[in-house]
Ligand binder design. Structure first.
Ligand code: ASP
Length: 288
């Protein structure tokens, strides 16, 4: 990563954090805070979600997103949508205005039309950097694994509000070069996203196939509820023990009902930012 790219990532993280934090500071809900932060990141071309999402092998963008509210355990998600500017907003609409949790592809877009969503042309999601990554994969470049190229930039947010409610949201273009309508962990409640006021809120990024099999986001909360683990221990067990044992690369951001924040990863780095009431914003990429 060049210094210029790093500065762009840091600025993007800082402004998404500010957008989410402003909601919380104003007494808003954690649900609105994670929505605001993720919308910000979806609109930022540096990240693998919304504008700037990675490409499928045949050169399209298929977007996945999910959101969950810790007080009610309500959740909404969409997968494989191709024309929605902010998939996290559609996931939230599924949660709040449908009888379902997860809608896919054209069905999700039919629902979006009934809800008045704006449809974008495919070209809206295009970025030259993501196209170059696809070309590297298509050309069989072995210098970087598909995984290494692909899983930088999925976005997510977790929050605790002044009412004591937790929420989590995740949004992604998935893995570069994916095919056969592959769906990863990000839109799957319990794998890429989970929030429960009795334990914690979690958003994950990494090799989706393994995160699905390890039910990562739910497992962290379950270790807290049934195993009386502190958040940091639950996260460490899953991210630094379970996942590596399954050869699963990636990490999570998490917050518990007391406002403890844990951001852990088993890869080289993970773009992340946090802020606690009364504290300063913190933005990190590598292990410090
Ligand atoms: N977890 C996402 C997926 O497998 C990718 C990522 O986090 O970068 O679709």
């Amino acid at each position: 990563m060049t210094a210029e790219q790093e500065a762009l990532y840091r600025a993007g993280l800082a402004s998404a954090l500010a957008a989410g934090f402003a909601v919380l500071e104003g007494g808003g809900t954690s649900l609105d805070a994670v929505t605001a932060a993720v919308v910000h990141l979806e609109d930022n071309p540096s990240f693998n979600a919304g504008h700037g999402a990675v490409f499928t092998l045949d050169g399209h963008n298929e977007l996945d997103a999910s959101i969950m509210q810790g007080r009610t355990l309500q959740a909404g998600a969409v997968c494989g949508v191709t024309r929605i500017k902010n998939p996290v907003l559609l996931a939230r609409d599924v949660m709040e205005h449908s009888d379902f949790v997860l809608l896919s592809g054209v069905g999700a877009e039919d629902f979006a039309a009934t809800r008045g969503f704006e449809f974008m042309p495919q070209s809206y999601f295009y970025t030259a950097a993501r196209w170059r990554q696809l070309e590297r994969i298509r050309s069989g470049d072995t210098g970087l694994s598909a995984l290494t190229i692909a899983h930088v930039g999925t976005v997510g947010a977790v929050a605790l509000d002044q009412q004591g409610d937790l929420a989590a949201a995740t949004s992604t273009g998935g893995m570069t070069g994916k095919r056969y309508r592959r769906i990863g962990d990000s839109p799957l409640i319990g794998a890429g996203t989970y929030a429960d006021n009795r334990s914690c809120a979690v958003s994950a990024t990494g090799h989706g196939e393994v995160f699905i099999r390890a039910a990562v986001a739910h497992d962290i909360g379950a270790r807290m509820r049934y195993g009386q683990r502190a958040l940091a221990d639950a996260v460490r067990e899953v991210v630094l023990e379970e996942l590596p044992a399954m050869r699963g690369e990636g990490g999570v951001i998490a917050i518990d009902a007391r406002g403890e924040v844990v951001m852990e990863f088993n890869a080289e780095g993970m773009f992340r930012a946090s802020r606690i009431a009364g504290g300063e914003p913190a933005v990190h990429i590598y292990r410090d």
